[in-house]
Design a protein around this ligand. Structure first.
Ligand SMILES: [Zn+2]
Length: 250
């Protein structure tokens, strides 16, 4: 489980949807090996990459077997008809330094960046976020070329996974109205940053899209049923109650 404050996580964690416009972030997608000089390849590069990959795969495995939140997402995906096969649907790869993970809609595959998501909490954050995209893609056949769809799934990922941990930090010192407002702003900021990383939108276009989809997508809490608060029982409760929401039967 993430032990870092969410403000840090929010700043550090960037990702992109690996559709063709996001491909530059994932140099090894579509089979292109990162170009290297012969010296690095022979003596440093490959060995280090393989070690990174192994470590990353081990982290993924640990997170999946330990985190109730990730287990819940796995159950929800399975119930929706998109069960995750670790070997097929999750891939550790070297990425551009500015991202820690991505979702490749064309391949229906989550990419965990072995060179940037090196801590357990970063791997957890990447998996949790990308699983929301995978869930949306499975459930609603999101068209990642449609800005409204893209923004909607980013709003949901920010809402369900990132920003909810922040509200607890200010709990007790701020009024409920202020917390609610801060939470919505966090979701908007995070979702926009993710969309702008892969789309060349003007501020006006971005604002118009946000106005069109925010309320609907912000209130869509599937498959968790409620926003999570950090340091609360929520994650465990959500996992225990998954049957009430119709997940976890299969
Ligand atoms: Zn995203």
């Amino acid at each position: 489980m993430s032990e870092e404050s969410n403000e840090n996580t929010e700043k550090k964690y960037t990702e992109t949807l690996g559709d063709p416009t996001g491909i530059e972030f994932f140099p090894e997608r579509r089979g292109d090996k990162i170009a290297r000089g012969w010296f690095r390849t022979l003596f440093v590069g490959e060995g280090r990459d393989n070690l990174q990959k192994l470590k990353c795969e081990r982290q993924v495995h640990n997170v999946i077997s330990e985190s109730p939140l990730i287990k819940l997402m796995m159950d929800a995906l399975k119930t929706t008809g998109c069960a995750i096969d670790l070997n097929r649907h999750i891939s550790c790869e070297p990425c551009s330094k500015v991202v820690t993970g991505g979702y490749d809609a064309e391949m229906n595959q989550i990419v965990v960046c072995q060179n940037t998501a090196t801590s357990k909490s970063a791997v957890h954050g990447a998996l949790a976020h990308e699983m929301v995209h995978m869930f949306d893609f499975c459930r609603a056949h999101v068209d990642f070329k449609n800005v409204d769809h893209l923004l909607c799934t980013e709003i949901r990922a920010a809402n369900l996974m990132h920003c909810s941990f922040m509200s607890a930090l200010v709990m007790g010192t701020a009024s409920l109205i202020r917390i609610k407002k801060q939470h919505q702003e966090c979701v908007k900021r995070k979702a926009l940053a993710s969309v702008m990383a892969v789309r060349d939108l003007s501020p006006e276009e971005a604002k118009a899209a946000m106005d069109r989809v925010f309320t609907k997508c912000y209130n869509d809490l599937e498959p968790l049923g409620r926003r999570l608060r950090r340091n609360s029982e929520d994650i465990h409760r959500v996992y225990r109650e998954r049957y009430l929401n119709g997940y976890g039967y299969s």
